[in-house]
Write a protein that binds this ligand. Sequence first.
Ligand code: HEM
Length: 495
Amino acid sequence: FVLKRSKNAARRPLPPGPIGLPILGYLPFLGDNLQEKFAELADAYGPIYKLWLGRKLYVVVSSPALVKEIVREKDLEFANRDPNIAARILSYGGKDIAFANYGSYWRTMRKLFVKEVMSTRSLEACYDLRLQTVRKSVSEVYQMVGSPIDIGELALRTMIGSVITMLWGISIGREKGDSVNSEFKTVMVKLMELVSKPNVSDFFPVLSRLDLQGIARQAREVNLRFDRFLDSIIRSATEGEARRLSDHPNRDQRKDLLQLLLALEIENEDGTPRTASNNQEIKGILMDIVIGGTDTTAAMVEWVMAELLHHKDAMEKVMEQLTEVVGVNSMVQEHCLPKLKYLEAVVKETFRLHPALPLVVPRSPDSSCVVGGYTIPKGSTVFLNAAYIHTDPKLWDKPLDFVPERFLEDPSEYDFSGNNFVYLPFGSGRRICPGLPLAEKMLMFMLANFLHSFHWELPEGTELEFSNNVGIVSKKSRPLVVIPRPRLMDQELYK
Ligand code: HEM
C-alpha cells in the first residue's frame, strides 16, 4: 500500500481541462467550430489542456515551447498517429504514410516518397503535365470571362487534374484520361467526407461493432471502389509500359509517378524484398498524394485570393511584380516563381492566418510521457494547435492584421521547415509534410497563373467574409465567387 501510494504521488497529474458530463465528457459542448472552441479553452486552461470526448482522451498543446518539447525532444515517443475508423479503413489499415504508425514500414515508405516521388528530378520530369492542366484551367476561365466563378472549386479542379495527370496521365493516355479522372473525383470527394465526419464509434470504441452511423460500412464500400479503380490504373500502367518498351524502346522516355513507383524495388529495412503482391504500398502512396495534397492546396488558393481581394494594396504589389517578372505578353512558367517574392510573402501570411490544417495532424504517444510537467497517457490523441500559436499576441506583432511584409525582412526566419515553432503550416519533426515541394510549387504556380492572366473582381453588392468551416481541412465557409476579366494583351495566349 505504501509503495503504491508513493508511486502514485510521484506520477505527474494529467493536464487541466474542462470537466464535461459523465460518459459523454466534453462532446456535447464542442460546437461546430473546433478551432474557436480550442482557442477559448487555451485562454481558460493554458498552453496544455485535456478533453475527454466520450471514452477518449485528447490533449491540446498551444505554445511553441511545448510543441518543441513534443516534436524535437520527444519526437520519437510522439511519432505515432491515431487515425479515426474511416481513415484506418481507407488507408488499408495504415498501409500509407500519413496514418501508418512509426516503424520500419513507415520509414521505408516515407523515404521512398521523399527520395523518389518528391525529388527535384521527379518533379521536374512531370512539369509539362502540371503546366498542361493549369493552362487548361486558364483557358476554361477565359471562356467564362465576365461570369462569376467559384475560386475554391476552380482550384480544386485544377489541383486534382494536375495531381492525377502527374500520377498516371501518361499511363492511361489522354483519350481515357478524362472519364477515368471524373470517376476518380467522385470517389475522392466521398472519401474526404467520410474521413472528416465525426463518428460515435471513434469516441466510444465499445460501440464500434455496431457502426451506428454506418460510417465504417460506407468507408469499406468506398475503399473497395477505390481499390478496383487503382487496380485498373495500375494494370494500364504496367501494360502501357510493357508496350512502350517493346514497340519503341527509346521513343518516349517520359514517365508519370505511377510508372516510377512500379519500377521501384520496394525493400524492407533489412534488405529483403517486400511483397507488393497486391500493390497496397503503392496504392497507399497514391492515396496520400491525392488526399493529402488536393483539398489543402485548393483551400489555400481560395484563402489567398480572398485576402488579396480584401487588401487592394497587397494585390497591386503582387500584380506589379508579376508584370515585371513575367511581362504582360507571356504566360507564367515555373522558373518565374522564385522571383515572385511578394506573392510568396502573401502566401506565407495567409498560411499564418488560415493554416489549412489548423491542428496539424494529431499524434499519439507510444508510451505515457511527461510534457510541460503533465502526464500524457499512452494512446491519447495530441493536437498541436498551430492556428492558436500563429495568432498569439505574445508571439506576433498585430497578430490579426494581414501584413505580408513581416515575411520579407528575413525570409529564412519563417519558412515551412517547422524549425521555428511559432510557424507550423506544414507541421514539424519527423512527421512534417513530405509533400511540401509539390505543395509549394503548385500553390504558387496556380496563383501566379490565375492572377497574371485575369483581373478578378467581386460581383457587385458582395461582401467578403472570412469565416472558416473546420473539417480536417480549414476552408472558407462561404465559397469565394469572383468575376474574371482578361489581363493579357495577346488574347491568343489564352488558347
Ligand atoms: C498546402 C498544401 C499542404 C499542406 C498545408 C499540408 C500540411 C500538412 C501537415 C500539417 C501535415 C502533418 C505534419 C505533422 O504531423 O507534423 C501533413 C502531412 C502529410 N502530407 Fe501534407 N500538406 C499539403 C500538401 C501535401 C501534398 C501536395 C502532399 C503529397 C504530394 C502531402 C502529403 C502528406 C503526407 C503523406 C503526410 C503525412 C506525413 C507523415 O505522417 O509522415 N501534403 N501535411
